[in-house]
Design a binder for this molecule. Structure first.
Ligand code: 4AD
Ligand code: MG
Length: 477
């Protein structure tokens, strides 16, 4: 049975024509008014039971959460609040629900409570809005790169290399953990493992993307990424989605230009396509803000903030400039930072990033030319020999949303760096080959998709912008 989408009906003027709809009951009032939602829009369709003598047995089955198929004529709404309604004269219960046990009641639930019910939370207005925006963002990402002439490539999920050199990887093995075969030294013998070597879930598709950029020119990946870092924060997931463009013949400033254009284009696109959902999320955030102390409230609404990012250039400053600003800042002098900023070369913490973005510049910031010793091995060394051509994009309320760099294309410099950092060069033989055969300057970056969804939807916790979050001690569903 092909039912009409509620979104289509709500915009329709085909009055007195008969339609069938299918969806879930949000509320049922006065034994007469069913608010039905099918996920196609944030708005419910008001369905009015148009016949008398609704059987008692059927009446009882129309409860919040039940799935119904309704048939009736579309009419101009009598009541306020909606343009159209359905005058129902046929009701079929497709799936009963137990009103006593159904956890999603028509009232406000805390986000924490809903995380425990992640399999049902998409039936709430908030989560359905977030997931529609997520889907639109995802499409906009592909649209942007496809229109720019980039090729979408799929990099492996199982890898033997640690792209970020951070060692925070999930092991992939088929060896029996209780009785693994042992080598001569008594360690598990991974030669006998499925791949004949140690393998992990990827932390980034970058290295493989580089190989493809050096042949296809401009490529991007958009795939799942895994990090076993034990960070229980509102911005970290153990499994997240990353978008990684990689471009031959780009230097760092080309890279920054692309990243800025990419983010603003995608936001513009979604602002147009998800107007109703974003308006709802904007109001949701405003309400949430009301319950906060005055000094913690945001100065801009959600849509206002998105427009601000679209319409204003990102501020570009070097690490060294940022370091000076931070060192002389009031919170640093008054020892308000948990991590004081006194010595050039310190890694910037989230509190520092947020100070720069939210207090000092009050706009997105691109920080570049970081000290080499706090960044990954593959970043191109600057002439000063102390800094590398890295760039991070910092966003209000989010902190780091993008990390990228110009890559080291010089074989000798790269080899030296790998040695200095005690990285297994053997594993990277193919990556070094790229510097042996037709090496050219190239650049790329990675954008954490969930952080972009967080920014766009105003959801404070990253666990609330991915359908089934994976975090330390949590892999339910
Ligand atoms: O800065 P990162 O670690 O950079 C890379 O992985 C590079 N290989 C990217 C590249 O140049 N191709 O990660 C990139 C972005 C971060 O800026 C952040 O937005 C996101 O990925 N990210 C996470 N998002 C959610 N949970 C986590 N645990 C994340 N770790 C990084
Ligand atoms: Mg980073």
């Amino acid at each position: 049975m092909q039912a009409e989408k509620i979104k289509t009906l709500l915009a329709s003027t085909k009055f007195n024509q008969v339609f069938t709809v299918q969806g879930w009951v949000k509320t049922f009032r006065a034994n007469r008014f069913i608010a039905l939602n099918d996920g196609s829009t944030i708005n419910n369709l008001q369905c009015v039971v148009a016949f008398e003598n609704l059987e008692e047995a059927l009446l009882k089955r129309i409860t919040t959460g039940a799935a119904l198929q309704l048939k009736g004529a579309l009419v101009e709404s009598q009541g306020g609040g909606q343009q159209v309604e359905l005058q129902v004269n046929e009701i079929e219960v497709l799936g009963d629900s137990d009103p006593e046990k159904y956890p999603i009641q028509p009232k406000k639930h805390s986000l924490e409570f809903l995380r425990e019910k992640a399999h049902l939370r998409v039936r709430t207005t908030t989560f359905s809005a977030v997931m529609r925006v997520r889907s639109a963002l995802s499409f906009a990402v592909h649209q942007f790169f496809q229109e720019e002439g980039f090729y979408y490539i799929n990099t492996p999920i199982i890898t033997g290399s640690d792209a970020e050199g951070a060692g925070e990887m999930f092991r992939v093995t088929t060896l029996d953990p209780k009785t693994p075969p042992l080598d001569e030294a008594g360690n598990p013998d991974y030669k006998k493992d499925f791949f004949g070597k140690e393998t992990n879930l990827t932390v980034s598709g970058q290295l493989e993307a580089e190989a493809y950029a050096l042949g296809l020119g401009e490529v991007y990946t958009f795939g799942p990424t895994f990090r076993a870092e034990n960070s229980n924060t509102t911005r970290h997931l153990a499994e997240f989605w990353m978008i990684e463009p990689e471009m031959a013949f780009y230097d760092l400033s080309d890279n920054m230009n692309l990243a800025e254009k990419f983010i603003t284009t995608v936001l513009k696109n979604v602002l147009e396509r998800c107007e109703e959902d974003l308006q709802f999320l904007d109001q949701r955030l405003a309400k949430e803000d009301q319950s906060k102390p005055q000094n913690e409230r945001s100065t801009m609404g959600l849509i206002e903030k998105i427009k601000f990012v679209i319409n204003n250039d990102f501020k570009r400053i070097s690490y060294t400039e940022a370091f000076d600003i931070l060192r002389n800042s009031q919170p640093n002098r008054k020892k308000k930072f948990k991590f004081p900023v006194n010595e050039w070369g310190v890694d910037l913490q989230s509190e520092h990033e947020r100070f720069l973005v939210e207090k000092h510049f009050k706009c997105p910031v691109i920080l570049f030319d970081y000290p080499a010793n706090i960044k990954a091995f593959y970043m191109r060394r600057n002439e000063d020999e102390k800094t590398v051509r890295a760039m991070d994009i910092l966003f209000p309320g989010i902190g780091e949303i993008v990390g990228g760099s110009q890559r080291e294309e010089r074989l000798d410099v790269l080899e030296q760096r790998i040695k200095e950092m005690n990285i297994d060069a053997e594993e990277l033989w193919w990556y070094l080959d790229l510097r042996r055969f037709g090496s050219v300057p190239h650049s790329g970056f990675g954008l954490g998709f969930e952080r972009l969804v967080q920014f766009t939807t105003g959801m404070n916790n990253i666990r609330d912008v991915i359908p089934f979050p994976r975090t330390p001690q949590n892999a339910s569903f």
